[in-house]
Design a protein around this ligand. Sequence first.
Ligand code: CMC
Length: 371
Amino acid sequence: EAIPTIYKGLAGVVVDTTAISKVVPETNSLTYRGYAVQDLAAHCSFEEVAYLLWHGELPTPAQLELLCQRERAARRADRSLLSLLAKMPDNCHPMDVVRTAISYLGAEDPAEDDNSPSENLAKALRMTAVLPTIVAADFRRRRGQDPIAPHSHLGFAENFLNMCFGEVPDPAVVTAFEVSLILYAEHSFNASTFAARVVTSTLSDIYSAVTAAIGALKGPLHGGANEAVMHDMLEIGDPDRAEEWLLGKLAAKDKVMGFGHRVYKNGDSRVPTMKAALHDVAAATGGEKWVRMYDILEKAMAGATGIAPNLDFPTGPAYYLMGFDVEMFTPMFVMSRITGWTAHIIEQGASNSLIRPLSEYSGVPQRSVVA
Ligand code: CMC
């Protein structure tokens, strides 16, 4: 019997069409709804990009105003959610907290199973609005600090930073953070987005799909890489040790976190923008040591393997220099990518086909049960 071709990891398989984003590895380009991500990062707020992903066009001033009003009105986490989160084990990973929170929001929503596009858009906005409140409360809880309520006069990025640190930081830091949110927002059929689409394809609800996506993002081969990068950099400690550390990792056949990509083989198109943002944060916070380590690791990796950094490589040290604890980095990725996930969930729902691939059986041949 002929064995069919197996596409392990679905590498190279085109599963469906999407009008949300386009990745062209050959030209190092990533566009959201036709706009280059670098242009969006240079000219737009995160709220405008969220609108673009959900609706297909950048908003008019009136549309943006309405979106911001709705987002600002939905930031508060209700008491039952906060008390549930307070019961989460102290040492659980913060990704467990956001995964549980989204699942709970679904359980609380009487319209959970209404999958109409208008309902799903409203749910997407509400989840996007409340996630920063959850992540910031968890960040402070782990430091033994009381939560800070959201402020409706602050923009999305500023409000989150204020809820974490009790003040709006240096404008260079706010801008760098907002740039990271825009770059993280969407990336076609990556593992977490695909997980969300698989769940949606069974006609399950948007909260279940986002919960699954959060689980997929947590892994270090995907979103968890931004945390892994910073753990490595802290382990290295001194830039003068960086090259030796990297060569040791490669000699041991270990993966170096923050390098390589399934789609980009000549470098990740988002990296130059985020690297510039890292430089700005380092200048504002006195973090030049990490920039020096970045450059040494990047150069040594290129020399030894030709493999370039991905977005998580500059984002890790940038978030660290902003003052975040490392374990909060992937939940911050969730705060942004939820916009892309929910755009894909709505797109999947609009032209659905159950996602159910085949497998080639490789186990024991058929046999009879002996009683
Ligand atoms: N360090 C060392 N070697 C690597 C790395 C790396 N980071 N990435 C790829 N390689 C090597 C790999 O060992 C393999 O070599 P060989 O052919 O000799 O066995 C070759 O390059 C191809 O790698 P692969 O793992 O088969 O390629 P893939 O497309 O399955 O992997 C990847 C993509 C992202 C899983 C991988 O590059 C990796 O594990 N990187 C580290 C984790 C990471 O940074 N993930 C973030 C991804 S991008 C942003 C995001 O989603 O959050």
